[in-house]
Design a protein around this ligand. Structure first.
Ligand SMILES: C[S@@+](CC[C@H](N)C(=O)[O-])C[C@H]1O[C@@H](n2cnc3c(N)ncnc32)[C@H](O)[C@@H]1O
Length: 313
C-alpha cells in the first residue's frame, strides 16, 4: 500500500492514530520537505516513529517518483506531508502515478492551514479564492494574484494569502557554475507580504493619476478606484497556527505594514485580507487580537467603512 499521510501543523504528535499505525507498518517513510514545514526536525519524527525518515525534495518527487513508489505493491510505503496532504498542496500526481501502476493507495487526512484559519474567527464559507504570494525581486514581481484578490473583494469575501517558501535555492553564481550549493531556506514574513501587497496596490492604483497620464491630447481614462485602500482595508496575519506560539494580529493594512518582522516572529505565516461581508461575530472575535487594542484601526474601520456593529455579550 502507498500511504499519503498528513502530519498536521505543529509537531510529531499531530499525526492521527490511523496515520501513526500506518507509518509503523511501513518499510520506507518519506517526508515531503518543500511545500510546508513542521516546528520539529526530522530527528524528532524518527524518534517518535522509531523509523528512519527519508527527506523527499522537490527534485526527488518530480524526477524519482518511481523510486518512491518502488515495491509499494508488495510492502507498505509512507509519504508524509505537513498539514493535509491534499490541502493547498498537490500530490495527486503521485497518487495517479501509483494507480496507473496498479499500486493500492490510501490518503490519511489531517488539519490544514485551510481549516485552521478558523482561528481568526472568520467563517470558512465566507472565503473566496486562495492566493499565493511569491518573493518579489528587483526585476521579477509577478502580480496576477492581484486580479484574483480584486475578484474576491468585489463580492465581499475574505482572501487567504499563502506566503512563499524557498528551500534548496541556488545563488545565480552557483547555478551558473553548476555547483550544488544551496542557500539557507527562506520563509516569507508578513512584514514583506504586506509591503509587497501595498507596492502592487500603489502601482495598479497610483495616488497621483497625473503621473500615469499622457500629454498627447487623448482623452484620459478615469482610473478605477482601488478596492484595497490601505487605510480602509482590514487584514489579519496568521503565524505558526496550531502551534504553542501561534500568533494572530488584526488591523488595517496600513497598520500591519508598519509592524517589524520580529513582531510576527518565526515561520510559518499566512495573511488574510478581510472582505466587506464581515459578520459582527467575525468582527468581534478577530478584534481580540487587534493591533492598538480598543483604540486600533480595526474597530474604527470596521464600523465606519465595513459598516459592522460590535456584538455584545
Ligand atoms: C503550500 S501550503 C501547504 C499547506 C499544507 N499542505 C496544509 O494543508 O496546511 C504552505 C503555506 O501554507 C501556509 N501555512 C502552512 N502552515 C501554516 C501555519 N501553521 N501557520 C501559518 N501559515 C501556514 C504558509 O503560507 C505556507 O507557505
Amino acid at each position: 500500500m502507498f500511504y499519503v499521510i498528513g502530519l498536521g501543523l505543529s509537531d510529531e504528535k499531530d499525526i492521527t492514530v490511523k496515520g501513526l499505525e500506518a507509518v509503523k507498518r511501513c518499510e520506507r517513510v518519506y517526508l515531503e520537505s518543500y511545500t510546508s514545514i513542521l516546528m520539529v526536525d526530522k530527528e524528532r519524527l524518527e524518534a517518535f516513529y522509531e523509523k528512519e525518515v527519508i527527506i523527499a525534495t522537490r527534485e526527488m518527487v518530480e524526477l524519482e517518483a518511481d523510486e518512491i513508489l518502488r515495491d509499494s505493491d508488495k510492502v507498505d510505503i509512507a509519504f508524509l506531508v505537513v498539514g493535509d496532504p491534499l490541502g493547498a498542496t498537490t500530490h495527486t500526481d503521485l497518487l495517479l502515478r501509483a494507480r496507473s501502476l496498479q499500486i493500492p493507495t490510501q490518503v490519511i487526512h489531517n488539519a490544514s492551514i485551510l481549516t485552521a484559519l478558523g482561528s481568526t474567527g472568520l467563517q470558512m464559507y465566507n472565503f473566496g479564492q486562495t492566493l499565493s504570494l511569491v518573493f518579489y525581486t528587483e526585476t521579477w514581481r509577478p502580480d496576477s494574484w492581484f486580479e484574483r484578490l480584486e475578484e474576491n473583494l468585489r463580492i465581499g469575501v475574505h482572501t487567504l494569502v499563502l506566503l512563499d517558501i524557498k528551500v534548496r535555492e541556488q545563488s545565480e553564481e552557483n547555478m551558473a557554475r553548476g555547483r550544488l550549493i544551496y542557500e539557507p531556506p527562506r520563509y516569507m514574513n508578513p512584514h514583506q507580504a504586506f509591503s509587497q501587497i501595498l507596492l502592487t496596490e500603489s502601482l495598479r492604483h497610483p495616488k497621483d493619476p497625473s503621473s500615469s497620464s499622457s500629454d498627447d491630447g487623448e482623452p484620459q481614462i478615469e482610473p478605477k478606484p482601488s478596492l484595497l485602500p490601505p487605510s480602509e482595508t482590514l487584514a489579519i496575519s496568521l503565524s505558526r497556527i496550531g502551534t504553542p506560539t501561534q500568533k494572530l494580529i488584526s488591523g488595517t493594512l496600513e497598520e500591519l505594514a508598519q509592524l517589524s518582522e520580529e513582531e510576527f516572529g518565526d515561520p510559518l505565516h499566512s495573511v488574510v485580507i478581510v472582505g466587506k461581508k464581515l459578520h459582527p461575530l467575525e468582527f468581534e472575535y478577530a478584534g481580540r487580537f487587534a493591533v492598538g487594542g480598543e483604540q486600533g484601526g480595526w474597530w474604527k474601520v470596521g464600523k465606519e467603512v465595513y459598516g459592522v456593529e460590535r456584538e455584545t455579550f
